[in-house]
Each structure stands twice: as C-alpha cells, then as structure tokens.
Write a protein that binds this ligand. Structure first.
Ligand code: GDP
Length: 191
C-alpha cells in the first residue's frame, strides 16, 4: 500500500465524538513512550502529524487520522505510565476499552511493544484481551534500530513466546529511525 494522503480528523474521548460514517479503522495501541507517535509519523511520512514527545502520557485522547481518504488510523492513548494518578489511569482504560468494544468500524489492532524489553504485564493483558474479543491483531516491535541483529532476533522470540502470538498474527520489527518494517506494516494494515 502506498500512502498518498494523511490528515488529522479529530480527537475524541467518548463514542459520540468518534467520526461519523463507516470508514474502516485500524487502531494503534501500546504503552506510553513505546514509540507510537514516531511509528505513526513514519508510516504516513510526516514529521509531526502525530505528536512525539519525551513526556510520556501526554497524548490523552483518541486521535483519528484519515489515510488515502479511505480508512482511519486511530491512535489510542498510551497506557501504563506510572507517574499518572490512579484515577486518571482508570479513565484512560475506560476510554480505550469503550473504543475497542463498541466501534463497529474497527477492523484490527496494531499492538506496539518495545523490542528491547519483554512485553509488560499490560502488553500481555492488552493482547489477551484483543484475542478474547476476536479482534485481528498484529504486533510491532519498536525501536529495532537500538538492537544488534542477533539481539533483535532473540528479543522477537521472547516477545512471540510471552504473548503466545496466535498463528497468523504478524510480529514486525520496526524502526522509526531507519524505516525498517514500514512496508510490512503497511501491508498488514492493508490486509
Ligand atoms: P509514544 O509515547 O509511544 O508516542 O512515543 P514517542 O513516539 O514519543 O517516542 C518515545 C521516545 O522514543 C522518543 O524519544 C523517540 O524519539 C524515541 N523513539 C521512538 N521510536 C524510535 C525508534 O524507532 N528508534 C529510536 N532509536 N528511538 C525511537
């Protein structure tokens, strides 16, 4: 798939604020600071359409981007940022859950995990929950440029094993620095 256009549509907290219409959607989920904004920007070839920052947990809304005029990429708020008060964390969880549960447009979820670390408890919970809901999922292992080739392969094995990736669920090493994995991710999203 080639990206010919990408634009920000809207931010939403609740279902009534989601964009109207029936365009298919692919959502991006992952813990804060996993590299979600960087991945999104790289996918759509923009420097700053999705905000990147060194302050984890800044993106607190569900952000909808229209791609090629035919589908939405949906940036879900990053989870698991420790310095956020419990009450706020709870409201994030509800925000993410109600999107994943109620949105008929949703066709699949791209879960981002950090290639340098084993999946966190919340990554495991998220992946398990997606499978439980029967949502097609793919996993991107971010910041792949930070590992040597052999460490990366080792790490991918750990991620695949710990998440118990279902047959057919892709695990794609990705780097926003080098563009590694970009074509593959676009293919998975297209599917
Ligand atoms: P988000 O909170 O998940 O949206 O994460 P960001 O995209 O803001 O990235 C968090 C930090 O990781 C930033 O300092 C990024 O520059 C860095 N980062 C993100 N992706 C990559 C990557 O592929 N390679 C490297 N080396 N750093 C990355």
């Amino acid at each position: 798939m080639k990206i010919t256009s990408a634009e920000f549509v809207t931010s939403a907290v609740k279902p009534p604020h989601y964009p109207a219409g029936e365009l298919p959607e692919v959502a991006l989920a992952g813990r804060s600071n996993v590299g979600k904004s960087s991945l999104l920007n790289k996918l759509i070839n923009r420097k700053r359409l999705a905000r990147t920052s060194n302050t984890p947990g800044r993106t607190r809304l569900i952000n909808f981007f229209l791609v090629n005029g035919i589908f939405h990429l949906v940036d879900l708020p990053g989870y698991g940022y420790a310095r956020v008060p419990v009450g706020e964390r709870d409201s994030w969880r509800k925000m993410i859950e109600s999107y994943l549960k109620t949105r008929p447009n949703l066709k699949g979820v791209l879960l981002l995990v950090d290639s340098r670390h084993p999946p966190t408890a919340m990554d495991l919970q998220m992946y398990g929950w997606l499978k439980f809901r029967g949502l097609p999922a793919a996993v991107a292992a971010t910041k792949a440029d930070k590992l040597s080739r052999s460490r990366l392969l080792q790490s991918l094995r750990v991620i695949r094993a710990e998440l118990a990736l279902a047959e057919g669920d892709a695990l794609i090493p990705f780097s926003a620095e080098t563009g590694q994995g970009r074509e593959e991710l676009l293919e998975v999203i297209n599917r």
